[in-house]
Design a protein around this ligand. Sequence first.
Ligand code: ADP
Length: 442
Amino acid sequence: MLTNNWKSELYRLLLWLGAALVVGWLLNLIPWALAFAATAFAARAIYRLHQLQQWLTHRSAIEPPEASGLWGEVMDHLYRMQQKDRRERVRLRALISYLRESFTSLPYGAVMIDAENNIEWSNHAAQTLLGLRFPEDTSQQILNLVRAPEFIAYFESEEYSKPLEMSSPYRSGMYLQIHITFFGKRSRLLFFRDITQTFKLEQMRKDFVANVSHELRTPLTVINGYLETFADSFSSGKVGDTNPRWARALDQMLIQSRRMQTLINDLLLLSRLETLPQANQHDALAVRPLLEIIREEALASCGGSREITIESDDSLALIGQREELHSAFANIIFNATRYTEAGGKIALRWYADGEHAYLQVQDNGIGIDSEHIPRLTERFYRVDKSRSMDTGGTGLGLAIVKHVLIRHQARLSITSKAGEGSCFSCVFPLARTAREPLVAQR
Ligand code: ADP
């Protein structure tokens, strides 16, 4: 804080003028004496300013020039501020190198990217995992250095709620999980780790399920075929021993072997959905004919005991893979018939608003308690195990739906109330739809 030194500077000026007045009076040259005193005072001020400017521009690291009074105080004050500033800068530099050092030693790759997508800094793991070198790659565009299409799509989407998993474009056989977060003024922090081990285990799990299902399919088809032949022979009386106990046992064996076949088929479908790359070519499908086919199948499965209505925006096509979508919609619609009492009402709707397109299946059946809803798409998750078994479900239906929808950039939304009914909506992005004259696709 500056003190009252400005007053002493004022007194000094007055003193100079007073002295000049006395000398001027003695010499009879008062105006000249006063002018001389004022000029000398101004020259002194200019000299101090010059000293200050020289010190600030060239010699700010050393102590300021000696000066008394107000000038001295101004220079001391500036000097103290500079010293404080310098200490703060040293502290911050130390903190930055400390943080960099800790980031550098991380086993995870870390890259800082500015608002123009240029690399600002990267750590050592970024080099081993993605081949980004620091400081050589500083100021390079990240998208010029990491050119994997899935990375570019993820980076540009700016939707980072879920991490990206992809094979490393730098090292073959290595898999990475990548997180991106925004910080500061649209800078981004890229964080990634090696998940090769987890990926391989997951791959082994998928392969195992697919292989077991595949291996079980043939023996099951044989067993089922013989059981059907036996059952036919029994019912037509071609078998000598027609003991009703055998008939009941045969019936049960047939039901169970058919269930196993359905289960195996669902498992195979699920592993295909998980592993096969998405088809490039997608059709623009008319949704009403697809819904009509599934409605016929669903009504046949429940002996026509439910009422199923269809409301469809027929000028709106759905762009996707026909078999996959058929399977997903059929799972939801069959569920609606399974979990609705005889006489229940099921409404199928296909429409779009300004943001999305919706395939909605609403029923007034048994409904679901809200606590179960987040877990319904897990494999083998059932609200009421015994009831689901009775209805012939495999527990994989909604997991299949979820995977099909992911492959179409869509999601499943479920609202339900126990005892009142449920509404399952497949929510598609509008990019997955087309308004065009449609050819019937029955
Ligand atoms: P499942 O083969 O057992 O039907 P899903 O994966 O298709 O398996 O469904 C999971 C569970 O979600 C079902 O067991 C059932 O409890 C519940 N569920 C699915 N759809 C409905 C519905 N429309 N109404 C009530 N519950 C349903």
